[in-house]
Design a protein around this ligand. Structure first.
Ligand SMILES: [Zn+2]
Length: 214
């Protein structure tokens, strides 16, 4: 397994705990912003691609207080990998399979899922997709700040991760690293955990702006 890049503490040597340190750091940041309230949301980073292995935040834990071992290693279906079983045992989020699907579809190195108020409200207001244009902040997700309409896709929610994954695959917009799930939240990704974090922050800003505009 390769070590995920971006700001791993020097004291953390093995790749799984290095990933755990990144997940804990990013979750604490989002919790501080009010974007992972209670135990909501889940974050993942890619450990290896062949076979696909993801480190995903464990289910049911306060995202502001994660430790480096509060994660589960899952495969391409979101199923925990036995050889990486943690002590004490942790459960992966039910949404781990969707993280793996996003990685397979987009080649992302990290997938962050948060339940922000702006994502839920924007998904409700624009169920066919959230259109944005002529905003400097669009450059933060790799798009043009002028003369281009950028659509953040919106999909209906489901408790069936295969169904939700099918909807996500059908709705993906090339070059837009985000999908809003109606009445739920958003999935955002990047090549690295730091880029995924920046994309979350930029998309959240865009959604807040759009909601305030109308
Ligand atoms: Zn969720």
């Amino acid at each position: 397994m390769t070590t995920p890049d971006a700001g791993i503490p020097a004291s953390v040597s093995d790749p799984v705990h290095a990933a755990g340190a990144i997940l804990a750091r990013e979750a604490a940041r989002f919790a501080g912003l009010g974007w992972m309230r209670g135990t909501s949301g889940n974050l993942s980073v890619v450990l290896s691609r062949d076979p696909l292995r993801l480190a995903v935040t464990a289910s049911g834990l306060d995202k502001g207080e994660l430790a480096t071992d509060d994660l589960v290693v899952v495969d391409a279906t979101g199923t925990p990998v036995p050889e990486a079983a943690s002590t004490p045992p942790r459960r992966p989020s039910a949404e781990a399979g969707l993280h793996a699907r996003v990685v397979a579809l987009t080649g992302a190195g990290a997938v962050f899922h948060v339940h922000t108020l702006a994502a839920v409200r924007a998904g409700k207001r624009w169920p066919a997709g959230i259109e944005l244009r002529d905003l400097e902040m669009l450059k933060g997700i790799g798009r043009s700040a002028h003369d281009e309409t950028v659509t953040i896709p919106v999909i209906d929610n489901s408790q069936d991760m295969t169904e939700l994954g099918d909807r996500l695959e059908a709705a993906l917009v090339p070059g837009v690293p985000a999908v809003v799930v109606a009445s739920h939240g958003m999935y955002v990704w990047g090549e690295t955990p730091i880029q995924a974090r920046h994309h979350v922050e930029i998309v959240e800003w865009l959604l807040e702006y759009r909601m305030a505009e109308d």
